[in-house]
Design a binder for this molecule. Structure first.
Ligand code: FAD
Length: 402
């Protein structure tokens, strides 16, 4: 009898954790497991704001997949998913077609621009190793260009759209990087402007109490960040951004972190989606195709009040655990276990040595919160690669080059 075949799409938080848990738990010969990812490395998305700003090397934010999987139990296919055909139980990759008995979709998110004119064309976003290498080079190039054309103040004006998790963490790093770049390129740091523009009246990740938001904004302001709150971006052009009140910020650099939507492959495959994300059942399966499990940013899980939990790495990891367990139960004809999200809290970095967060109900800030953030990062590395990976990525890490 042929073994059931599980195909896992995406080696991000959800897909990778599903794979690692499966390989730990399956018996020899019980399942064929295939992991598909477009790169041969896993990137630690929660770390990307640092290489994007240039305060850390991008290699510290990625791990070779071959270091993480047991190739006797999992076949890794480096390829791009082009199409999902749920009715035929097939997946079309750039160079082959895979059939499956069970599918796990963990293909992450795409940038949501809410139809803001010019945003797709002129803004950059922090999404992958490739995108952060580009952003880092671009920022540095702006300093070099300014020295050649000192009348172009827009080269030293940086606009970050969105003051949620990604925007806040990136702005904190960027502000830390400015003194270094200013020294390297003989630029007066006072010439550099960083605007963090946000449509809602408050900055920092939603859900933080107002005193922590104030604390975080004070830290940022001391580093030179200027906030524009309740200021939706109406249009992005090749010369800057136009805000809802008509104000124009002339800038040669716009980084957009204002929203995400699920991977468009799901919508193209005919799944019922809301902003590209699929509402899953209590076992993380598609309501339309129960052999398809969906994790991370591609999925929507509702809380007790019927509102969707925010998409983040924490929920994606927990979903990975649950999906692996339920796949094994499905194969062994055992009852599945409902997914229950255990929200442990959130900590947002504000740059070097500063962070704010909420652990369940306990507020944390300053150096202690920054340390906690490092512990959270280390915990994830330990989970996927044990102590050697923590050692490699946190102790003997690559140095940023300037
Ligand atoms: P991802 O981790 O995005 O992985 C998707 C994978 O699919 C990637 O490996 C990608 O290469 C692959 N892929 C995509 N398309 C294809 C294709 N067509 N073919 C093959 N492979 C494909 N969350 C937190 O909880 N805490 C934080 O501190 C935090 N900070 C963040 C900071 C930044 C800068 C960003 C951008 C996000 C942050 N998040 C944070 C959010 C968190 O990173 C995401 O919610 C999480 O990565 C989602 O995991 P995932 O498994 O759905 O997808």
């Amino acid at each position: 009898m042929s073994k059931p075949k599980v195909v896992i799409l995406g080696a991000g938080y959800g897909g990778l954790v599903t794979t690692i848990r499966l390989q730990k738990q399956i018996r020899s010969g019980e399942l064929d497991v295939i992991l598909v990812n477009k790169h041969d490395y896993h990137y630690i998305t929660t770390h990307l704001h640092m290489p994007a700003a240039g305060t850390d090397h991008h290699d510290n934010a990625r791990v070779e997949i071959s270091e993480l999987i047991d190739e006797r139990k999992v076949r890794f296919v480096k390829s791009t998913v082009k199409q999902i055909l749920p009715q035929e139980k097939k997946v079309v990759l750039s160079d082959e077609i895979l059939s499956y008995d069970y599918l796990v979709v963990g293909l992450g998110s795409e940038t949501e621009t809410f139809g803001i004119p010019g945003m797709k064309e002129y803004a950059m976003s922090i999404k992958s190793i490739n995108s952060v290498r580009f952003i880092r080079q671009h920022i540095e190039y702006m300093f070099a260009k300014y020295k050649m054309q000192p009348h172009r103040k827009d080269y030293l004006t940086f606009v970050v759209g969105g003051a949620g998790f990604t925007g806040t963490e990136f702005v904190g790093e960027l502000a830390d990087r400015i003194p270094v770049l200013s020294r390297t390129y003989d630029v007066d740091p006072a010439m550099v402007k960083i605007f963090n523009v946000e449509a809602s009246p408050s900055a920092l990740p939603p859900g933080l109490p107002s005193d922590l938001v104030e604390y975080g904004m004070d830290v940022m302001r001391r580093k030179g960040v200027q906030y524009k709150l309740a200021a939706p971006i109406k249009e992005c052009t090749s010369e800057g951004v136009i805000l809802g009140n008509g104000e124009f910020i002339r800038s040669a650099t716009v980084i957009w972190s204002g929203g995400i939507r699920g991977n468009s492959l799901l919508e193209q495959a005919g799944f019922d989606v809301q902003r590209g994300r699929v509402k899953v059942d209590t076992y993380l399966r598609s309501f339309q195709y129960p052999e398809v499990f969906i994790t991370g940013d591609c999925s929507i899980v509702m809380d007790r009040d019927g509102s969707p939990y925010p998409a983040n790495a924490q929920i994606a990891v927990q979903q990975g655990y649950n999906a692996a367990r339920n796949l094994i139960s499905a194969v062994r004809n055992k009852p599945l276990k409902p997914f229950v999200y255990d929200y442990k809290g959130t900590v947002a970095s504000l740059g070097r040595g500063e962070a704010v967060g909420l652990l369940k109900v306990k507020k944390v800030k300053g150096k202690f919160a920054a340390l906690l953030k490092k512990v959270i990062d280390a915990r994830y590395l330990f989970l996927i690669g044990g102590i050697p990976l923590v050692w490699k990525k946190m102790i003997f890490k690559q140095k940023a080059t300037t």
